[in-house]
Design a protein around this ligand. Structure first.
Ligand code: M6R
Length: 593
């Protein structure tokens, strides 16, 4: 959500900024802009829509700009228009800035600045920062002091990069809670929201700390905190970035669904070898010593955490699960020795980071399951386990969900020292391969039949309910069809009122414990005219079932059955001509609360 790139002294500023913005497009955006500094002159270009739209309006440059900043904006304050697009200039043009994050007290600050005569042209909170900097500069005539005084009054999260008109030799930055990294090269410096725009040009990074600020130049970096210059170290390690490539697939989502089997096999290799689990001993000790596991996550990762909590519940461990944005306001620390498990594909989800900060303030140990090495959550938690799912490009998370559930299965089985999980996961891989090869065609037929539906309901109990929640999220996210997941037993407590003639209901049955009750639910909705489709595992199937999936262990059914659900959402979206990989209003990484 919003991306920043900047460079100074680089040999081809335009291509670095444009390519860098494209590298960051996974974060989601609805407009893009950039500023080039040629010393005395600053040129700004802005476009609504894609980075290619922006690229199209930049003229051939006869001179390479000495520095540049670019930004992809995901609208929060004000519509996605050119006016609201970054960079924003302060009223008198002294500061040209791009910003990620949310300034919580921007209205109050705006009013104060307006009362001093500052005029605003956009609806954004970023313009408040540019004018604040200018206001402070008029007072202090000192850029660093202007930054310090600006940071002192801002509340919320921000990563800001700016060009100061009076100093064409430095590119300035300031950061709190939103990610920002610096990259150093031979006579040039780079800055970006993450390392992906920089990996082609350097392997020397500085991960900026919260509340730090400073500047970069072609051969220098200076970082400050609380008025003091602070030392820093370059991390040489190149971040875990996999090449973005459709590899012949029409969409990343389809490619990523079909990678699930491989991802699970990789997890087994990463976390089990020669008859032993490879989890960190300290992590296993912390888990064992804890008397309550608290899961916290958002969206798809939250749905995976519901499954993980069931795994530990079954082992007799007390657990609770929380949506991060809820936990943030109502934190709870149950038991005498709680242990927190965060799940986040991106490792950058602002709501989850907020919770991690709270948990750390209480000195409680925490683990994150994430796909991003070096992400804020990976660095901030006491323990981390990588999902090894490879780059997930599609906004709709698929292989990361499967990886989260499979990794939680490995962890819970390691906790109880049950090595049969490897055999179970092998079996699960075979079943998924069968879905990929033989069953997805049938899913396509159902999608064809239901593509014009207004509402689609998913029904399940236990693990099948957890998976149904994810199936429903995936469907609404990329098809814009209204959908709900209902726990079978809850049907007659309300949702059955929504069922009428031809209402589509997709029922998942993979658990012998709940199979009979689910069959009763099917009768209940059929009696109200529903059009029922069933996804059932072999031993529980009968002649009337729509799709029969090979047998596998019930605790792994969310991994298996979600593949069917992912295909279903994908096909309905394609048949409706939706922008599958970039659904409207959504971003891959939600970096604002
Ligand atoms: O990167 P995270 O796993 O923390 O992201 C959490 C959610 O934003 C994410 O799962 C979202 O719900 C996806 N778009 C679902 O497909």
């Amino acid at each position: 959500m919003c991306g920043i790139v900047g460079s100074i002294g680089f040999k081809n500023t335009k291509s670095f900024i444009i390519d860098g913005l494209k590298d960051l497009d996974y974060r989601g955006y609805d407009s893009a802009g950039l500023a080039f500094s040629f010393g005395k002159r600053i040129n700004i270009y802005k476009a609504v829509g894609s980075v290619s739209n922006l690229e199209a309006i930049i003229p051939e440059l006869s001179l390479n700009p000495y520095m540049g900043v670019g930004h992809t904006r995901w609208a929060t304050h004000g519509k996605p228009t050119e006016i609201n697009c970054h960079p924003h200039q302060s009223m008198h043009g002294l500061f040209t800035i791009v910003c990620n994050g949310v300034v919580e007290n921007y209205l109050q600050l705006k009013q104060q600045l307006q009362s001093k005569g500052f005029k605003f042209v956009s609806d954004t909170d970023t313009e408040v920062i540019s004018n604040l900097l200018e206001d402070r500069y008029f007072e202090t005539r000192n850029i660093m002091r202007s930054i310090e005084e600006t940071m002192a009054v801002l509340t919320g999260s921000f990563a800001v990069v700016f060009i100061a008109d009076m100093d064409p030799k430095h590119l300035y930055f300031m950061k709190r809670h939103s990610p920002l990294m610096i990259g150093r090269g031979d006579h040039f410096s780079l800055v970006a929201s993450d390392a992906s725009p920089m990996v082609r040009y350097t392997d020397k990074y500085i991960d900026l700390e919260d509340d730090s600020y400073g500047f970069i130049s072609n051969d220098d970096v200076e970082i400050f905190k609380n008025g003091e210059k602070i030392p820093f170290q370059f991390t040489k390690k190149s971040p875990d970035i996999t090449v973005k490539d459709l590899n012949g697939y029409p969409h990343y989502m389809l490619k990523e669904i079909e990678e699930i089997e491989r991802v699970i096999r990789r997890l087994m290799v990463e976390y089990y070898d020669k008859g032993e689990f490879l989890f960190d001993h300290e992590l296993m000790r912390a888990l064992t010593e804890s008397d309550h596991i608290v899961f916290v996550a958002c969206g798809t990762s939250y749905h995976a955490s519901l499954v993980g909590a069931r795994y530990f519940d079954i082992l007799g461990k007390s657990t609770s699960t929380h949506i991060a944005s809820e936990f943030a306001y109502y934190p709870q620390f149950p038991g005498r020795k709680p242990f927190f498990i965060f799940l986040s594909q991106s490792g950058e989800t602002a709501d989850v980071i907020h919770c991690m900060t709270t948990v750390k303030e209480h000195n409680i140990p925490c683990l994150v399951l994430t796909n991003k090495k070096g992400s804020t959550l990976e660095r901030g938690c006491d323990f981390s386990l990588l999902l090894h799912a490879g780059l997930e490009v599609s906004v709709a998370s698929t292989k990361a969900y499967a990886a989260e559930v499979a990794l939680l299965a490995l962890l819970a089985n390691a906790y109880s020292n049950r090595k049969e999980v490897i055999r179970d996961l092998e079996e699960c891989c075979g079943v998924i391969a069968d879905i990929d090869q033989n069953l997805k065609g049938k899913v396509h037929e159902i999608a064809e039949e239901l593509k014009h539906s207004k509402d689609i309901y998913f029904l399940g109990r236990g693990f099948d309910y957890d998976m149904s929640l994810e199936a429903s999220l995936k469907l609404k996210e990329i098809t814009y069809i209204h959908s709900e997941a209902v726990a079978g037993g809850e049907l007659k407590h309300g949702p059955i009122a929504l069922i009428s003639q031809d209402t589509p209901v997709i029922v998942t049955i993979s658990d012998n414990v709940t199979a009979l009750s689910m069959r009763a639910n099917i009768q209940e909705v059929k009696a109200r005219g529903a059009k029922v489709f069933t996804f059932v595992t072999e031993p529980l199937a009968n002649d009337t079932d729509t799709i029969v999936v090979k047998n596998h262990k019930r605790y792994l059914s969310p991994v298996v059955m979600s593949s069917l659900a992912f295909y279903f959402a994908y096909y309905v979206a394609v048949l409706n001509d939706r922008n599958v990989d970039k659904p409207r209003n959504l971003a891959k990484s939600v970096t604002v609360e």
